[in-house]
Design a protein around this ligand. Structure first.
Ligand code: GP9
Length: 413
């Protein structure tokens, strides 16, 4: 039955020869470090190291790469719960529900999570997001995950608003104001920071549009996106600077990743697609849209390596825990990105069960509206078939069903 897929069995279905978690080469490399996760709203991978007229879109993230292990092939795996599904993936290493936001199935009761595991290992835990706590049922999600401190727009002052709510600079300043107090009580802190400003429609006030863009990008959706990514990148840079000044940076592991794409759907016009093509050198495709950047920044441990093995957001928690040398009491469906070359990812973005991403292919299962399609993942050209399609589909479904089984057991849903 699907109920008893062990960690080992899952790795074998993906095509990996299994190595126990504590025997991975990365195990414990970042033991006893301060932990930060920065989940960046609408951040897509293609902006990293991208230049327009010699101006970098994300100069601060690019500079951080030299102290990081960078993963450039990690896919978003959210369902209808968008940002909150990414939070779910990060903190449980289980698949989201898919067609409904996972947070709608949470009733505040305790579930095994990254947060609780870190607490059992001596960490204080805090989460920061400058929006209303009810927006994605976070009033249920955060108690379920078990944070010691929860800060939302009730606590974070709205002294400067951009778009959806308090600007990212206010968010990061608030984190900086809380950290010293927390560190007096807890030697080690896990701070989970969820940015907000880089949210559709990405319209920044003129004086915040500091990226020098060619005229043709002005007042376009893509141009606005790049301006707003540039702003958030700047705020992350200032935050890192603060950590350095407080002497915290050298002893931290900072995981920075995107929650989901920003450039999709009706607002992306034919002109935007033309602009994207001129930026990327090819038609904007599913890889450009669905791959989120992932940086494990840990000075003294990482020195700028780029890892291109296939991964998903479900792998973030096991990778982080492995670096910290901490085991999780409940099963994680993802795996340590540093350990395995092979992966088999199920997609949950409004797609029916059976869709998957493998090293060679992206397969989207048929739905009421769309017929099945298969893409070669390297060329992003549509193909007729892919080797082992049926088997990969079956394995993906088995793993997803097993994940759903654990989720339902844990959330009693
Ligand atoms: C809402 C914010 C944005 O609180 O996190 O969520 P999204 O609209 O991106 O899912």
């Amino acid at each position: 039955s699907n109920d008893d897929l062990s960690e080992q069995k899952i790795e074998e279905l993906k095509g990996n020869s299994y190595v126990p978690f504590t025997e991975h080469a990365s195990y414990g490399l970042a033991r006893n470090r301060q932990v930060f996760t920065i989940q960046v709203e609408s951040l897509q991978k293609f902006v990293i190291n991208l230049k327009i007229n010699n101006h970098e879109i994300t100069p601060n993230l690019n500079a951080l790469l030299k102290d990081s292990a960078y993963f450039n092939n990690v896919y978003q795996q959210i369902g209808a719960g968008n940002t909150s599904d990414a939070e779910w993936l990060m903190h449980t290493s289980l698949y989201p529900e898919g067609m409904d936001p996972t947070v709608n199935l949470i009733d505040g009761s305790e579930i095994p999570s990254l947060v609780r595991t870190l607490e059992k290992n001596g960490y204080g835990t805090a989460t920061y997001h400058a929006d209303d706590i009810n927006y994605w049922n976070r009033d249920q999600l955060y108690p379920s995950l078990g944070f010691d401190y929860v800060y939302t727009n009730k606590e974070i002052p709205n002294v400067k608003e951009i778009g959806f709510g308090p600007a990212d600079e206010v968010l990061f300043e608030y984190v900086e104001s809380q950290l010293p107090k927390q560190l007096k009580k807890h030697n080690l802190m896990y701070s989970n920071i969820i940015t907000l400003t880089n949210h559709t429609p990405f319209e920044m006030p003129k004086n915040y549009q500091t990226l020098k863009l060619p005229e043709r990008f002005h007042d376009t959706y893509v141009g606005n996106y790049l301006q707003s990514v540039h702003y958030t990148d700047q705020q992350i840079g200032l935050f890192i600077e603060q950590l350095k000044q407080r002497g915290l940076y050298e002893n931290s592991v900072i995981l920075i990743y995107g929650d989901h794409s920003g450039l999709h759907g009706a607002p992306v016009t034919a002109n935007d697609k033309k602009l994207l093509k001129s930026l990327l050198g090819h038609e904007y495709n599913m890889n450009d849209r669905f791959i989120v950047p992932v940086l494990f920044t840990a000075p003294g441990i990482f020195t700028g390596e780029t890892n291109s093995q296939l991964g998903g957001q479900i792998d973030l928690m096991p990778t982080l825990l492995n670096l910290l040398g901490i085991e999780h009491e409940s099963q994680m469906i993802g795996h340590n990105l540093f350990q395995y070359e092979k992966n088999l990812l199920g997609m949950r973005y409004y797609l029916p069960g059976g869709s998957f991403i493998s090293d060679n292919a992206i397969y989207t299962a048929p739905s009421a509206k769309l017929s099945a399609s298969i893409y070669n993942r390297k060329t992003m050209k549509q193909v007729k078939n892919v080797e082992g399609l049926q088997q990969k589909m079956n394995y993906t479904l088995m793993i997803m069903q097993h994940s759903d089984y654990i989720r339902m057991k844990e959330t009693k849903n």
